[in-house]
Design a protein around this ligand. Structure first.
Ligand SMILES: [Zn+2]
Length: 53
């Protein structure tokens, strides 16, 4: 995968939408409502397993 920055739309802690990207650490966002800084990291895809019939 690319190192593309994932964009959160809501703060996972307070639910506010006013998020600002942080220079450091990479991929970190700052919530201007609750002042929390968090990072969004792409982990992988949860694909359904093939079920043998
Ligand atoms: Zn927040």
């Amino acid at each position: 995968m690319t190192g593309e920055r994932a964009t959160p739309f809501y703060c996972p802690y307070c639910g506010d939408e006013d998020l600002r990207p942080q220079e450091e650490p990479a991929g970190a966002w700052s919530c201007s409502a609750c002042r929390r800084v968090f990072a969004v990291t792409f982990v992988g895809l949860n694909l359904p397993q093939e079920v043998s019939r």
